[in-house]
Design a protein around this ligand. Structure first.
Ligand SMILES: [Zn+2]
Length: 268
C-alpha cells in the first residue's frame, strides 16, 4: 500500500509534541499528540503506531486523556494501556464504543488504520497532574463526546479537533456547526493563553484564532439562514457558498462535505 508516513517531534513552551502524517494519492492528513506534566493528550493513529511509540517511550507519562473517540486520537490507546500500563480517561459517552472493534469506513481505515479496543475510564470535571489542576471542558459539535483540557497552572489549552482550521469548508456528516459555535463561545469564557490543536498544532495567539473561527462560523450561519429564508435549496447554497470541490469529499463518498455545514445549520 502506498501510504507515506512521516513523524516529527518538537517542544514548544514546555509541551512535548509528536506529529505524525500520512499521505495517499495526493491527500495528506496529520495528527498531533502532546505531553505536558506527565499527561499525554490523545494517542495518535494506529497507522502511525511505529512512529508514535518511540515518542511515547521517551516521555514520562503517568496518565492519558483523550479529547474524543475518533480513530486518529485513540489509535495507540490500546498499546498505551497494555504495554505501558497507563490509565486512560475520556468522556463516558463513548467508553463502550471504544471497548469494541470500531466500525468506520474503509478510507479511514486506510489513512488511520484499525483502532484496537481499549478500556478507558470516565473522566471527571477536573483532574490533577504533578504540578497542575486541569479543567475538562465539554466542547461537542465535531464529535458528541468532544472535550478540551485546560492546564490552570500554565494557561495552556488543548482543544482536540475544536479548531482544526479557521475557515471550515467541509465537515463530517454527524458534525453540527451550531453546536461547535456554542462550544467556541464556552471555551472563550475560560482564562487561557497558549492553544494546542490536534491537527494545526501550536496556535500562535490561540485565543484570537479561536475568536476568529467563532466569528467566521457566526457569519456563515447568518448567510445560510438568509439564503434559506430566500428559498434556496441546500444544494444551491453549497454552490454559492462553497463552489470548490474538495478531494476528501470524493474520497470519503461524501462523509466529508460542505453540504453538511449547511444541513446542520438549517436543521437547528
Ligand atoms: Zn476528530
Amino acid at each position: 500500500m502506498l501510504l507515506k508516513r512521516n513523524f516529527k517531534q518538537q517542544s514548544i513552551k514546555g509541551v512535548q509534541i509528536g506529529n505524525g502524517s500520512v499521505a495517499f494519492q495526493g491527500i495528506q492528513l496529520n495528527v498531533h499528540c502532546f505531553v505536558v506534566d506527565g499527561v499525554l493528550i490523545d494517542t495518535g493513529a494506529k497507522s502511525l503506531e511505529k512512529q508514535f511509540v518511540p515518542f511515547f517511550k521517551q516521555q514520562k507519562i503517568t496518565k492519558v486523556v483523550i479529547t474524543h473517540f475518533h480513530e486518529d486520537h485513540t489509535g495507540c490507546a490500546a498499546f498505551l494501556q497494555k504495554d505501558l500500563q497507563l490509565p486512560i480517561y475520556m468522556n463516558n459517552k463513548m467508553l463502550d464504543y471504544c471497548k469494541k472493534k470500531p466500525d468506520y469506513p474503509m478510507y479511514r481505515k486506510l489513512f488511520w488504520g484499525k483502532r484496537s479496543p481499549f478500556h478507558a475510564e470516565a473522566i471527571e470535571e477536573t483532574f490533577l497532574s504533578s504540578h497542575a489542576t486541569w479543567d475538562v471542558i465539554e466542547t461537542p459539535g465535531h464529535a458528541i463526546d468532544h472535550l478540551a483540557f485546560l492546564n490552570r497552572e500554565t494557561g495552556q489549552l488543548f482543544t482536540g479537533d475544536l479548531y482544526c482550521q479557521e475557515k471550515t469548508k467541509v465537515i463530517l456528516r454527524e458534525e453540527s456547526i451550531p453546536t461547535i459555535i456554542e462550544s467556541l463561545k464556552r471555551i472563550l469564557t475560560y482564562d487561557f493563553e497558549d492553544v494546542f490543536c490536534c491537527h494545526a498544532g501550536y496556535l500562535e495567539n490561540g485565543r484570537a484564532a479561536l475568536q476568529r473561527k467563532l466569528n467566521f462560523l457566526l457569519d456563515l450561519q447568518e448567510k445560510v439562514i438568509r439564503l434559506y429564508d430566500d428559498g434556496m435549496t441546500p444544494a444551491q447554497m453549497k454552490n454559492t457558498l462553497f463552489p470548490k470541490k474538495y478531494p476528501i469529499t470524493l474520497l470519503s463518498s461524501g462523509e466529508w462535505d460542505s453540504i453538511h455545514i449547511i444541513n446542520s445549520i438549517i436543521q437547528k
